[in-house]
Design a protein around this ligand. Structure first.
Ligand SMILES: [Zn+2]
Length: 325
């Protein structure tokens, strides 16, 4: 039988589509595998850690007043003094709802900044690699509204329109963060890109929370938010609790596992002294209660347990086996 050119084209297209499917199948492709950073459970909840890809920030800014000979042992710098960071999104499946914590850098960064940070914009691919559809997300929580935490709240399309990335989700952020972003202060105006939240506030898809410092607000069974001020005035951590287990997305209060020392705070922090006090307050519960700590910017160690060392410093430790408890 002669194959018409039309059939041939369909054949080619089907083949190309099959190739695309193979290329994006998590089992087939190392680059895609790197997009799913970790999976674990907390009680009955399933946690999947996704990424918008790595980016680079100045090492000095990331470690504030800590001298470089000390921090570069933990975070090696490149020729431009930059260190590699991750953009970790946590997806929690509670059995009833799909909750997304943080949405990376997104695709709306001005070209100059995108080049400086070497931002990758891979979060939608990361969802695809994990087999999670954007439409099935019920809730999105932003710890704060710096551009590297809420970038994929919205997507800029080819025609310039900005649309919600998670069309069926209710978004949550702190009202104080939106108000602070609108002030466009000299100190941190560059950190706030209003297209990440204004369209969602205007359409009513984003709910703004008013909780005060140290206050805990329950969003649904097993998921609550609590403010830990210092990095920004209303930074919120997200608590995940199920079956007697507890994980906490502590966001930029402890951006990576290299930042565990209470005084190793960032040059970006608006109130570094407050960060030191809030870290102590965090450890006072997280260590004795054996919380799983989820790190927002640690590409290689997206989560871990913390304990006190012999010298009284907070350090990462392996998960205890049941008989050790
Ligand atoms: Zn950050």
């Amino acid at each position: 039988m002669r194959v018409s050119s039309c059939d041939k084209q369909i054949g080619h297209r089907a083949h190309a589509e099959r190739m695309m499917t193979q290329m994006t199948h998590p089992a087939e492709n190392a680059a895609t595998r790197n997009l799913v950073r970790a999976r674990t459970t907390v009680g009955d909840f399933e946690l999947t850690i996704l990424t918008d890809g790595t980016y680079f920030l100045d090492g000095g800014a990331m470690f504030g007043v800590v001298p470089k000979p000390l921090w570069e042992k933990r975070a090696p710098a490149d020729a431009q003094n930059r260190i590699l960071l991750g953009t970790n999104t946590v997806v929690v499946r509670t059995g009833r709802q799909t909750v997304v914590i943080e949405t990376g850098i997104g695709n709306k960064l001005p070209e100059k900044l995108r080049a400086i940070y070497d931002a990758k914009a891979r979060l939608p691919e990361s969802f695809n690699a994990a087999g999670i559809r954007l439409e099935e997300v019920d809730v999105v929580i932003n710890s704060h509204l710096h551009f590297d935490h809420c970038g994929w709240n919205t997507t800029r399309l080819h025609d310039g329109r900005v649309v919600p990335t998670f069309p069926n989700a209710r978004y949550f952020a702190h009202r104080g963060e939106v108000e602070h972003g609108h002030l466009q202060l000299e100190r941190d105006a560059v950190s706030y890109i209003s297209a990440n939240y204004d369209p969602l506030v205007e359409s009513g898809q984003m709910s703004l929370l008013d909780l005060k410092a140290g206050e805990i607000h329950t969003l649904m069974r097993g998921i609550s938010v609590e403010t830990f001020p210092g990095h920004t005035h209303q930074l919120m951590a997200v608590h995940i609790e199920s079956g007697g287990e507890h994980a906490c997305y502590i966001s930029d209060l402890l951006p990576t596992s290299a930042h565990l020392d209470v005084t190793w705070v960032m040059g970006y922090d608006l109130d570094p002294l407050r960060c030191i006090e809030e870290r102590k307050r965090f450890y006072a519960r997280a260590i004795p209660e054996e919380w799983l700590v989820l790190f927002t910017h640690d590409h290689h160690t997206p989560m871990g347990y913390v304990s006190w060392s012999d010298k009284g410093k907070p350090v990462l430790r392996p998960k205890r086996q049941p008989q050790e408890k």
